[in-house]
Design a protein around this ligand. Structure first.
Ligand SMILES: CC1=C(CCC(=O)O)c2cc3nc(cc4[nH]c(cc5[nH]c(cc1n2)c(C)c5CCC(=O)O)c(CCC(=O)O)c4C)C(CCC(=O)O)=C3C
Ligand SMILES: [Fe+2]
Length: 335
């Protein structure tokens, strides 16, 4: 039924207790020139939540939901999970897959866009893990899915729901702010990343909030101040909206697949507090998480890959479906 004998979820990883926080942050930023002061500040975000990132629970829930969905559709495949920055580490998972006799796995990465941080770096992680494990299975990374209906439709629903939570007297004039993780301007693939974000934000805005003004902004910037990153920042954007007399904003974190720390702290705490200080009514739309449409997309991408190059490749927006193996503008080139 499929040309693969396992599905591998590949994610970022996150600390599971206070003692994990600093080693995790060191893993994330090794060789990246992120100032120590920034790490200490981010460590505080995690400590505020008991040193536990929400991301691992979200991965376990996604894995369970995908297993249930596959079984319900008669797709009999084991599902594995490995991370870049924390246990279960990808290399350990690939070793276990080899021991279990897996020969050719499909990899679903919990990051939807093109560009180095979202795609190329995960592809490199997979290559490195395979290189470290004798007898490692072949691993096909499933295509970039930011414009797949299974990713976009949950955002449309969530943006609509968030807009409906804005008090009726402010709702018609509410603005939408789509957010994504900023990346350095020097990062390979960042133009494509920004173009994909803008393309799909337009689709969600038109479907969920026709007639409302919207903007694409960035969040969670790190790196030294001297280094240029994608802008504008959500904080500056909220101040600008307030200065223009806007009274309500719906934030749609279209750059993220689940409510992990960037959403729970940088939006739900930091941006929400700023909005409150400004007197700006603020609602944040949910991310796909384990939305059934998103979970079904994982299966659809797997079966699409098995069906070969002539299978239909659903894609919304104007940029078309991404190829299975990304071209160089994604920040990684593979044979
Ligand atoms: C584009 C992008 C995504 C979206 C795609 C995807 O989802 O993968 C993303 C996701 C995430 N980023 C995360 C956490 C962190 N990112 C950091 C640092 C960085 N992110 C970057 C980019 C991105 N990051 C970049 C260019 C850096 C600078 C260092 C470097 O060049 O690599 C740092 C270091 C401290 C700081 O400076 O913030 C942390 C702790 C978590 C886990 C959250 C949790 O624990 O719940 C997740 C899902
Ligand atoms: Fe990040």
């Amino acid at each position: 039924m499929t040309s693969h004998d396992a599905l591998l979820l590949v994610s970022f990883g996150g600390p599971e207790g206070p003692q994990d926080v600093m080693p995790f942050l060191e893993n994330v930023t090794r060789g990246r020139n992120v100032p120590r002061a920034r790490l200490e500040r981010v460590a505080e975000h995690y400590h505020r939540f008991g040193g536990v990132s929400p991301i691992n629970r979200q991965c376990r829930e996604l894995k369970a939901a995908v297993e249930t969905d596959l079984a319900a559709h008669g797709v009999d495949l084991p599902v594995y999970w490995g991370n870049r920055n924390w246990t279960p580490y990808l290399t350990d998972t690939v070793r276990r897959m080899a021991q279990d006799g897996v020969r050719r796995a499909a990899a679903f990465v919990t990051s939807a866009y093109s560009g180095f941080s979202c795609c190329g770096q995960y592809a490199a992680d997979i290559d490195r893990a395979r290189a470290e494990v004798p007898g490692a299975p072949e691993i096909d990374k499933l295509r970039v899915y930011y414009n797949h209906p299974g990713f976009v439709e949950p955002f449309v629903e969530a943006a609509r729901a968030a807009l409906a939570r804005i008090p009726a007297d402010l709702r018609d004039r509410a603005r939408l702010a789509f957010t994504a993780h900023s990346v350095p301007l020097a990062q390979p693939g960042r133009e494509r990343y920004a173009a994909e974000l803008a393309d799909i934000a337009a689709v969600v805005a038109a479907e969920a909030a026709p007639g409302h003004e919207w903007a694409l902004v960035y969040q969670s910037r790190s790196g030294p101040p001297s280094q240029p990153w994608l802008e504008p920042d959500i904080g500056d954007h909220l101040r600008k909206l307030h200065a223009e007399g806007v009274e309500a904003v719906v934030v749609v974190p279209v750059g993220f697949v689940s409510d992990h720390m960037e959403v729970k702290y940088d939006l739900d705490v930091e941006a929400a507090e700023l909005a409150a200080d400004l007197g700006l009514t603020f609602e944040r739309a949910a991310t796909p998480g384990t939305h059934p449409r998103y979970v079904a997309m994982v299966r659809e991408l797997l079966l699409e890959r098995s069906a070969g190059p002539d299978a239909p490749r659903p894609a919304l927006g104007s940029l078309g479906a991404r190829p299975d193996v990304c071209p160089v503008d994604c920040g990684h080139a593979r044979p």
